[in-house]
Design a protein around this ligand. Structure first.
Ligand SMILES: O=C(O)CC1=CCC(=O)O1
Length: 94
């Protein structure tokens, strides 16, 4: 199952830099692992925003929720999820 996911990150100004840097570095490590596993298919920066758009390939809504909610930056993200289906005019099945 494919899902388009938009994550908007808001780290409070009050958070110490070292804590923010650790969260970002842990987030990156997990994101790399999930990309290597094939579950996090695409990861794009939204130009001009501290936000990304991603495509996840997971087995269920529950798996996506579990995965997103364990991201280190999860408490500081606003997440919008859109389930995807094949488009009949798409050149190739994804
Ligand atoms: O910077 C972001 O958009 C949040 C994020 C998701 C994966 C990652 O490494 O950073």
């Amino acid at each position: 199952m494919l899902f388009h996911v938009r994550m908007q990150v808001t780290i409070p100004d009050s958070m110490p830099t070292e804590r923010a840097d650790l969260l970002k570095s842990n987030e990156k490590a997990l994101a790399l692992t999930l990309q290597q596993s094939g579950k996090w298919r695409h990861l794009w920066r939204v130009v001009g925003q501290y936000a990304n758009v991603s495509v996840f390939d997971v087995d269920s809504n529950d798996e996506l929720h579990q995965l997103l909610s364990t991201l280190p930056l999860y408490p500081f993200m606003q997440i919008e999820v859109t389930p995807l289906a094949q488009h009949p005019s798409a050149l190739a099945a994804n």
